[in-house]
Every structure is written in C-alpha cells, then in structure tokens.
Design a protein around this ligand. Structure first.
Ligand SMILES: Cc1cc2nc3c(=O)[nH]c(=O)nc-3n(C[C@H](O)[C@H](O)[C@H](O)COP(=O)(O)O)c2cc1C
Length: 164
C-alpha cells in the first residue's frame, strides 16, 4: 500500500487504518549538542508541531540541562518514520529508546508536541535520573524513572498543567 504525501490526516483515512498498523507510543532520551540553546529548542518544537499535525502524531518533549526526553504517539508507520528522521538529526546524540508500546490509548491527544513551560515547578531530578540510568546502560532504572515522568505529565498527573 502506498501512503501519499497528499494524505494530510492519516487518522481519517479509514480504509488505510488496518494496513497502517496500531497506535503506538515510543519514548526515548538523548543528549542535546552542547551548542544548542533555548531558541533552537523553540525552533525544533515549532517544526515538530507542524509536521506532527500532518502525520497525526501527538506527544511531548522535555528539555532540561542539555537533555531531551520525548514521547511520540500515533500510527505505527508515522511514528517509525518520524523516529528514523529524529535519530538522524545531528542536533542530539546518545539516542536511547526507553519504551515502545503497541495498541495504546494516546496520553497527549491535545498536543501535537507538548512541552512544559516552566520546569522550576518540578522539584525532582526525574530527567537527570533517567538520563544517568540510560547513560549507565541501566535500562530498568531508566525505564522506571521514565515511567515516573510519563505519569507526572499524563492526564491527571501532577505536572500536566505545565504542558503547553
Ligand atoms: C529532540 C528533537 C525532537 C524532534 N521531534 C520531532 C517531532 O516530534 N516530529 C518531527 O517531525 N520532527 C522532529 N524533530 C526534527 C527531525 O529530527 C527532523 O529534523 C525533521 O523531521 C525534518 O526532517 P527532514 O529534514 O529529513 O525533512 C526533532 C528533532 C529533535 C532534535
């Protein structure tokens, strides 16, 4: 089956749904390049939102102390293609996939790429814990810490209100 670029809303393409696969959620962490600044992150977010809308993807991006944690949700094919592009992106390195779940209910339906406006409200070193564990190749610890971030930002979570 061919997915054409003129198909701007893959979710509405009912006939294609089965062949496009299930709704999946992928979470990864990475290290931003040292020269990346806040303006660059705003630029990444603006472009991500635009492209994700076209691809029917949702999620969130956390950037803290030079580290990224990102959730991508959507149809498997579009998540996979987007993640392949992200992995080739020279603006970050040490990209580590922390989880990949199939047949999920999206947790960030209202966000083509949400991000927290003010991280000072998070009085826990959750992201650095996750990154450190991933860096130490302690995948179990990284996943546990990553789950904690996800719970904090999902609907009803203590940090949900920070997302914009
Ligand atoms: C941390 C980070 C997160 C990104 N998130 C997304 C995203 O959610 N969606 C997306 O389409 N591109 C995202 N990008 C941008 C892609 O890596 C890529 O630059 C963009 O899709 C354009 O790809 P192209 O130049 O091959 O067309 C992200 C990049 C970085 C560094």
């Amino acid at each position: 089956m061919t997915v054409t670029s003129s198909n701007t809303d893959p979710r509405s393409a009912g006939a294609q749904e089965d062949s496009l696969g299930s709704i999946v959620r992928l979470i990864y962490v990475s290290i931003a390049n040292a020269d990346l600044n806040a303006d660059d992150v705003v630029h990444i977010l603006d472009n991500a939102k635009r492209r994700n809308e076209v691809n029917g993807l949702t999620g969130m991006l956390l950037f803290d102390e030079g580290q990224f944690w990102q959730v991508l949700e959507g149809e498997a094919l579009f998540v996979q293609r987007t993640y392949e592009r992200i992995c080739l992106d020279k603006r970050h390195t040490n990209i580590t996939t922390l989880s990949f779940e199939e047949n999920i209910e999206p947790k960030f339906k209202d966000f083509s790429m949400g991000h927290p406006v003010d991280l000072t409200m998070i009085h826990e070193p959750v992201l650095s814990e996750t990154l450190k564990s991933a860096g130490d190749s302690d995948k179990d610890a990284a996943k546990t810490a990553s789950d904690k971030i996800l719970r904090g930002f999902q609907s009803g979570g203590k940090w949900r209100g920070l997302l914009t």
